[in-house]
Write a new protein. Structure first.
Lengths: 306, 383
């Protein structure tokens, strides 16, 4: 195990973490402000990726596609909030889970109906394809570095938005006391739609960028959604800071576990067995992490309403 | 008046009888396949290939019922029960995935219904659980991987790095590869998570190893993600794999990152035989796209059924089974026959991905990897 390989894997963990942050921040905002469990968050990720792939395919420009993907995800988010989610705020969590699960099915089949069942083509833009040399001699894809940079930018922007602006003040107020800010004359309905659309836009951004790296297909949002839920449970539901720390933790633990566990088992097993056992254990690792953290901090690392 | 009613009743009864007789002669085929959710393009192509063959036969006494299993074993099982008990089908077919096939096939064939697999070929059904009513028209799961192992050895590659998802078909793939590759030492062997879409960590390990080539089995979206990320990583090693990650639809989603990849398949659209040329042409005309191997498997399955129906009706199970076993039909793969476990003995070809006329990547036939390949489980089959 060389130092450059370790460094490269750290970057990979960081990249997975920042991508998860884009998903988890929206999820945790919606839960923190509206108290809503939104299983359909992965669908906005898918919408972002599909609209980006389709627009980039028609116009030939990834960047136009990216813009369209983010806007489409935000717009779809706002419409869904107005039509469906709005009716769920006062219902139990079970109702919310059922309704948003139905949304997943509707979105998946709707997307298949619109775009067909075969995966869409979307590639990394020409300017960002290729790899750069890392210190230590290995090479790293430029696009992954860009994803890390975008994740950091979004984290900073969210931090400024929430701590420095009037909208952020309302969001924080909404987190601590929903009834009171309504009573203070703030248009809570509009605030909810805005927050929901913002979360959807972030998911769309993640979907668009990851779609270029992976594959754009129906059902792509659900695996990410599960990870995002792990992140917000670890980080403390409703806390942006928790989402950031949680994403980085999950990203690093998952990536490094996948690489180092099999090599660890190789010390005392045959290679075939070691890779089997190592892979099985590595896929459990983040859930083990979650269990350990919850054992000591039942509300997550940075619970919002403490 | 009474007489009139009696005549009327008699007439009614006779028409009822006539339609009943027509039904008895009619053949009912139930197709359970994946038409929604992830991986549905496989099911869609199997269905389209199958329907194309039925249309071309011009027979109107075959009723095809199609249901979507959404890639869920329990749904597939329910649909099979419904087809057998309510619709009373003679033949079942269509299942794409091995885990669904294992849930459905063993009980179905024991109930006396014929099952013809247009895709999934799990090892148990070729060996231990083989059955006289079960026929596989595609391949046994390990075939394409074994062929690639043999081919990479022929090519003199000394240090392949191999990876597959950690599930039964994935371990079968790597075991199959290793059973025919003895040309050197593996540079590494990785099992990834099923459904994983980010391969940065694995690619870094490949880079850090001293591999001279990479063999991977990552079906569906996993393969798309891996090929794109591998291309972008700057690692310049030749890629090899079974055709599952390089059908024409997946190539469209991967783009130029796939160019240069070598893959094994039991069929290629540019395979030079008249049946195949006619099939590819008519498929393109009917559906406006180039068929995948799955479409060819659906087409072959339907033609095998049609050929057997020329000889016997499925109600005469023994005669129909013999007719299927004879495999007396024009396959798109050229020569085709069954081994004693009702799995194909066939040539496995090598294809490479090149830039097509319009710049889109497409497969081109290179040659034969293994001639007359038969699965290794045939000896476990007591039939």
């Amino acid at each position: 195990m060389t130092l450059s390989l370790l460094f490269e894997q750290l970057l990979n963990g960081l990249q997975l973490g920042t991508m998860l942050f884009l998903m988890a921040s929206g999820l945790t905002l919606v839960f923190g402000v509206m108290g809503l469990i939104n299983l359909a968050h992965g669908s906005f990720y898918m919408v972002g990726a599909f609209v980006t792939a389709w627009t980039a395919g028609t116009t030939g420009s990834f960047w136009v596609g990216l813009g369209a993907g983010i806007l489409a995800a935000a717009a779809v988010g706002a419409v869904v909030e107005l039509l469906v989610i709005r009716r769920l705020y006062h219902r139990q969590h079970l109702d919310q889970v059922l309704a948003t699960f139905a949304l997943i099915l509707i979105f998946s089949e709707g997307t298949r109906w619109l775009f067909g069942s075969s995966p869409l083509w979307l590639n990394v833009p020409e300017a960002l394809s290729g790899a750069v040399a890392l210190p230590g001699g290995s090479r790293y894809p430029v696009f992954r570095l860009v994803i890390i940079a975008v994740g950091v930018l979004v984290a900073v922007a969210l931090f400024l938005l929430i701590s420095r602006t009037r909208l952020g003040m309302r969001i924080r107020a909404g987190e601590s006391d929903r009834e009171m800010i309504g009573a203070l004359g703030i248009d809570i309905a509009k605030l909810y739609t805005l927050v929901f659309a913002l979360g959807a836009a972030l998911a769309g951004l993640a979907g668009s960028m990851i779609g270029a790296l992976q594959s754009v297909q129906v059902g792509m949002g659900e695996p990410v959604l599960i990870l995002a839920f792990v992140v917000i449970v670890i980080g403390g539901i409703g806390s942006i800071k928790g989402a950031l720390i949680g994403s980085l933790l999950v990203g690093l633990v998952d990536t490094l576990g996948r690489v180092f566990l099999p090599s660890l088992f190789k010390l005392f097993m045959t290679p075939a067995e070691a890779s089997g056992v190592g892979a099985a254990l590595a896929s459990m690792l983040i859930y083990v992490l979650m269990a350990i953290i919850l054992a000591f901090k039942p509300k997550g690392l940075f619970a919002a309403n403490d | 008046m009474k007489k009139l009613t009696a005549v009327g009743l008699g007439l009614l009864m006779s028409t009822g009888l006539a339609s009943f007789q027509a039904q008895a002669d009619e053949v009912k085929i139930g197709m359970i396949t994946t038409l929604s959710g992830g991986g549905s393009h496989l099911g869609v192509d199997i269905r389209d290939g199958f329907q194309l063959a039925l249309e071309q036969s011009g027979r109107d006494d075959i009723e095809l019922l199609i249901k979507d299993d959404a890639r869920k074993p329990d749904v597939a099982k329910n649909l099979a029960d419904e087809f057998i008990q309510r619709d009373k089908v003679d033949i079942l077919t269509g299942i794409v995935w091995s885990n669904l096939a294992m849930a459905v096939v063993p009980s179905v064939v024991r109930q006396g219904v014929f099952y013809l697999s247009p895709n999934a070929g799990p090892s148990d059904l070729a060996g231990r659980l083989c059955h006289e009513n079960y026929f596989n028209v595609a391949w046994q799961n390990n075939n394409l991987h074994e062929a690639m192992g043999a081919y990479m050895q022929q090519q003199g590659l000394k240090k392949p790095f191999i990876l597959a998802p950690n599930y039964p078909a994935g371990t079968d793939a790597l075991e199959g590869f290793k059973s025919r590759y003895h040309g050197g030492e593996l540079a590494g062997e990785i099992y990834t998570q099923l459904g994983q879409t980010d391969y940065a960590a694995e690619i870094a390990q490949i880079r850090a190893s001293d591999a001279d080539s990479v063999f991977f089995f990552l079906p569906g979206g996993m393969g798309i993600a891996f090929t794109k990320q591998f291309h972008g990583s700057g690692v310049e090693l030749p890629l090899f794999g079974p055709a599952f990650s390089f059908d024409e639809i997946i190539l469209g989603a991967v783009g130029e990152a796939a160019i240069g990849v070598v893959n094994t398949s039991q069929w290629a659209y540019d395979l030079d035989n008249p049946t195949n040329q006619a099939f590819v042409e008519s498929f393109r005309e009917a559906y406006g796209r180039t068929p995948t191997l799955y479409a060819s498997q659906g087409f072959d399955t339907a033609n095998l059924i049609l050929s057997a129906l020329e000889t016997a009706h499925p109600d005469d199970a023994d005669a129909f089974r013999e007719a299927l076993r004879a495999a007396d039909f024009e396959s798109t793969r050229g020569e085709f026959r069954f081994g004693k476990n009702h799995h194909p003995i066939q040539d496995i070809y090598v294809r490479t991905v090149v830039a097509g006329d319009n710049g889109q990547p497409t497969n081109r036939l290179v040659g034969v990897a293994v001639e007359d390949m038969q699965d290794v489980f045939v000896d476990e089959c007591r039939m």
